[in-house]
Design a protein around this ligand. Structure first.
Ligand code: FMN
Length: 224
């Protein structure tokens, strides 16, 4: 099977067999929001921040379902466009999950590493080339970003912008944290592997989740 055949088969199979929940919103639409944690450390501050964001999204409408995917431990290597199997390995099973039509939004969470996203996050975003090549399978999905650093000005905002740029290349609809903070996404500070005392950062994560859900619901209603 060549690369194109592999990708086509994988996407088609995913659309048919993915276990995406069938809960419906008040408008009768299925709205699923997926968080992708790009921290090499499973269950640490990036996933904690994403969980807060997803909980806030879920609270907007009982029909919204959420799922947190941790990339930690997955074998997602450097993306090599010359490698016909570049999208296999630890990324392959994410292809049908992320591109499923019921997935209305994707929240990418990353730790700040030297003022920007983690290398795992960059590898993940590069592997997302497959979606561009397959008729922009992420187009029209809402995208939001969560960045967690150890410093107050550790590079969270630059990190948000870098990830946003990559998601814009997927023709995703990028949103920031909603009111009242209302800036570019969620920016949190990790103190001794704990974000619970970062009240402002937590509010940005909640406002991001709520805003993502609100926009996803509006888009879903528009396609009814
Ligand atoms: C290689 C490396 C580089 C880092 N660079 C920064 C940085 O530039 N700015 C910052 O605020 N924190 C930096 N940190 C701290 C992490 O962003 C912070 O601990 C984050 O919460 C880790 O996420 P995790 O708990 O999900 O692993 C760095 C950590 C590592 C391991």
């Amino acid at each position: 099977m060549n690369r194109r055949e592999f990708l086509t088969t994988t996407l088609a199979a995913g659309a048919a067999t993915s276990t995406v929940s069938a809960a419906a919103t008040q408008d009768g639409k299925t709205v699923k929001i997926i968080g992708v944690s790009c921290s090499p450390r499973k269950g640490k501050t990036t996933s904690a921040a994403l969980t807060i964001c997803l909980e806030a999204a879920k609270a907007v409408d009982p029909g919204i379902t959420t799922e947190l995917i941790e990339l930690a431990g997955r074998n997602i290597g450097v993306y090599d466009p010359a490698d016909a199997k570049a999208s296999q390995g630890g990324f392959a099973d994410l292809i049908p999950v992320l591109s499923h039509p019921d997935v209305a939004a994707i929240v990418v969470g990353t730790p700040v590493y030297f003022g920007n996203m983690s290398s795992l996050c960059k590898a993940f975003l590069d592997h997302c080339m497959v979606f561009r090549q397959q008729s922009f399978a992420l187009a029209g999905k809402v995208g939001g970003i969560v960045a967690v650093g150890a410093g107050r000005n550790g590079g969270q905002e630059l990190t948000l912008q870098s990830v946003q740029a990559a998601l814009m290349c997927q023709q995703m609809i990028i949103v920031g944290d909603g009111r009242p903070t209302s800036h570019f996404g969620a920016t949190l500070i990790n103190t001794n592997d704990d974000i619970s005392k970062d009240e402002f950062g937590i509010s940005t994560a909640k406002n991001l989740g709520r805003h993502i859900a609100e926009v996803a619901l509006k888009l879903a209603a528009g396609t009814k």
